[in-house]
Design a protein around this ligand. Sequence first.
Ligand code: FAD
Length: 372
Amino acid sequence: MSAAHFLSRAGWQVTVFDSGVVASGATGSADGAVSVASKKPGPLMTLAVAAVRFYERLAETGVLADEFMSRSTFMVAAQPDELDVLESQSAQLEAADVPVRLLKGRALAETVGAAAPAALAAVEVQGEGHAVGYRVVERLRRLGGFTIRRNCRILGLHHAGGRVDGVVTEQGIESFDAVLLAAGLGSMAFLAGPDLIRPRKGQLIVTDRADRDAPRFPGPLMSCRYLVSKGSHPAGNVTEARSLGLVIDPLRTGQFLIGGSREDRDDKDVADADVIASLLRDAVALSPSLAHLRVIRVFAGVRAATRDGMPIVGRVGGADNVWVATGFEGDGICLGPLMGHLCQQMICGQQPEHDISALDAGRFGLTLAEAA
Ligand SMILES: Cc1cc2nc3c(=O)[nH]c(=O)nc-3n(C[C@H](O)[C@H](O)[C@H](O)COP(=O)(O)OP(=O)(O)OC[C@H]3O[C@@H](n4cnc5c(N)ncnc54)[C@H](O)[C@@H]3O)c2cc1C
């Protein structure tokens, strides 16, 4: 949707095809952390810094006015073995010019003590934010300038004269000058290559509103175990089929969003009592006041995880007019608006304003699937 927005502003006639409705994929079931704190050090962290700044720019210029909220994230170590993770992630963030503040002793108690009495130490990561994925998509849709075809699955790319000249949909063939494959998990259907993207399910919990006496959360609390479960920290080259991290996110409504799991499954309509119970136990251990709240909803979504944990963004090998933007795993709400803008720049033949060579499709030798 972001690419459609920027391409239409650059003068292209754009059509978005979605096999369901927009934001019905991972974008509609995410927590919305526009966060550098949890990113893997290296190009992903650098791009996330740019992505947060890009959200700020879109909020200031009105495109995403009221849809982006600035805030700090608090990485919390509640077990002695998490202190190393806290220290090393904090050092990596500092090296990427992200302002961080170590909280120990009195500063810790004053800042997160009431919300996380079990905390041994915390790091405040400043200049982060929050945006609700489906609301961002809805804002861009309302700004308009392009056509949306809902419930219209793309079955394949249409080739003529040795190049792609359109798409084959359930409703027929449509001609286009350029195609961007941004179909999340569905993108691989158009690409030939090894099995690169796998589904990674996440389950999340929503509570009711906290009453006025509940401790005030200074921002989302991210347990250091979350960094390990996400694979952002070297200790966390996760190989298990299921891992649980913990983020307690105070929402604007007074509710809390508690997550989440990472499971090698794609059954997004199913919630498991044992996963939910474990997350709740961990959340209450970190912040006992949550025990007074009711859970009103649990939901799941499925992330598109690549083999190396990095998104795939760029031109598809062997085609001069087909681009791909997928594999955003747990980072697509943060990266999405910026990536759409960079895709627009590439499709317009410009140098993207940030270096995304680390995300290039060429690293996996991706080419187009057989002609439809
Ligand atoms: C539980 C959970 C929590 C998350 N939390 C965060 C977070 O806090 N911060 C963050 O930055 N990211 C988070 N993410 C990740 C983020 O949601 C995703 O990375 C992002 O939404 C991916 O966007 P996308 O557009 O690439 O894919 P999707 O949102 O999955 O969209 C793909 C779209 O393509 C359509 N489609 C598929 N195949 C076809 C086809 N053949 N023809 C036409 N249309 C097709 C689908 O219908 C769908 O609408 C989370 C994800 C989950 C599941």
